[in-house]
Structure formats: C-alpha cells, structure tokens
Design a protein around this ligand. Structure first.
Ligand SMILES: [Zn+2]
Ligand SMILES: [Zn+2]
Length: 246
C-alpha cells in the first residue's frame, strides 16, 4: 500500500503542514485517515476529492476532523462530485459533532457521508483488513491497523502510553506514531506520547519502521526524532507531501 502524508502538524495546523491527514491507497482504493484543519487544501495537491473512497476519523478533536466541512462544501457545490456517498467511519457521535462544525446541530451531512461508528475489533474497508484499538486519550480515539497483501500499517491516532496500541502494532511493517509531547516533567498523562515513548512503543511491538508524526509547531521536532531514534533506530520524521511504500 502507499501512504501519502497530507498533513502531519500536531494539535493544529503549522507553518509547514496542515493538521493530521493521511492518504492510504491500494489497488486504486483511496482511504483518508483523519481530516484535520487545513488538510483539505493540501489534499487537493494530491487527490481529486471525488476519488476518495472512504474516510476514517481516529477521533473528533478539531485537529483530526474539522476539514470534513470543506469536504462537504466541495461535494455539494463544486459541480465536480458524482453525488456518491462516502463511507465515514468515526467514533459514536460524529454525525452531530461534524454537523456542529459545519453550520449547526440541524445540519444534515448524510447527502455526502454514510456514517458508521468505529467499533473495536476487525472489519474491512475496501481492500483493507481493519483492526482498531482504543487509545489512551481524553476522548474516544481509535488506533487503526490496515493490512493488505501481507503488509501492515498502524496509525496511532492520538494516544498516551498504551499497551493496547503496542498489541495492535505487533509485528507491523510501519508504525505511524504521534509524538506530540516534548520530554520533561509536568505534562498531563493519558494524552500524547513523547518521542522516546513512541520509540519504546515501536521497539516493544517489533515493527519494521517508525514514522513520527503529530509534532506540534511549538515542539522541537529534531529533538523528538533524536529521542525516538535513541530507542528505535529505524525512525524517521514525516513531512507533508512525503510518500511511503508500506
Ligand atoms: Zn491531535
Ligand atoms: Zn486528540
């Protein structure tokens, strides 16, 4: 499968990237993981929105879901949509949350999206076998493992240290892991990983490669890379626009 980083800035858009959004493709099927603020514009540089076959939202924090709004606008008003409904997998409550983000509680987005709750367990989206796990985060958030053709990509979504995420990532070829917290004391628990913790999760899960993402604009990304690499050498920092063969 092919992974394209549409947006990788943690906790909000940054000067060099939109917030979280990843395009995963296999055999002509296009799945978007998250659609954070700023990501719709960046998506246009990589894919016609009409060609997006499904959307998976890890959770409903703004930096992972707000650009559902321009996605809806495009489908309704660009004159370029075929009118197909796009399956949207998200935690329970997404329909109301995204309606409020669009223009109010009465907004009905079901002309664009076919909403489905993400449940923990195994399912399929297009060609991908999908497994999810609840992460350590203040709101319902799902890490996701996509498998196709014997290859696996795991995306953590947002998480603090989590054995469930390690289990989900066990033996995966690529772990796309958030590293939002800088090292140091005084940070809230159960929210995000430090670079070192991302490296520790990759090592514990025995993955092939660690891709660090979701570093906020105000955190030293080289420091995050340095501390993760010290624990797990096969680590790199993703950039908006980068592509990876998984
Ligand atoms: Zn986030
Ligand atoms: Zn979050």
């Amino acid at each position: 499968m092919k992974l394209t980083v549409i947006g990788c800035s943690g906790s909000g858009p940054g000067p060099a990237s939109a917030a979280s959004c990843y395009l995963v493709e296999h055999d002509g099927f296009r799945l978007l993981l998250d659609l954070g603020n700023g990501a719709f514009g960046s998506l246009l540089a990589h894919a016609d929105p009409e060609t997006v076959d499904a959307v998976f939202l890890s959770h409903l924090h703004a930096d992972h879901c707000l650009d559902v709004a321009p996605f809806v606008v495009w489908h309704r008003y660009s004159g370029r949509s075929s009118g197909k409904r796009v399956p949207l997998y998200a935690p329970a409550g997404a329909e109301r949350r995204l309606a409020l983000a669009y223009d109010g509680a009465d907004a009905d987005l079901t002309d664009v999206f076919d909403f489905a709750d993400v449940t923990v367990g195994t399912s399929t989206i297009g060609p991908f076998e999908v497994r999810t796990a609840r992460t350590a985060h203040p709101v319902e958030c799902h890490a996701v493992r996509l498998t196709v053709g014997g290859r696996s990509l795991v995306y953590t979504g947002d998480t603090g240290p989590s054995e469930r995420v390690v289990e989900l990532a066990r033996g995966a070829d690529v772990l796309l892991a958030e590293a939002a917290h800088p090292p140091g004391p005084g940070l809230p628990t159960g929210l995000h990983l430090t670079g070192r913790e991302a490296g520790e999760h990759a090592a514990a899960a025995g993955v092939g490669r660690l891709l660090l993402t979701h570093v906020p604009a105000w955190v030293d990304e080289i420091g995050q890379l340095f501390t993760a690499s010290a624990v797990f050498p096969e680590t790199e920092l993703v950039r908006a626009g980068a592509t990876y063969d998984v």
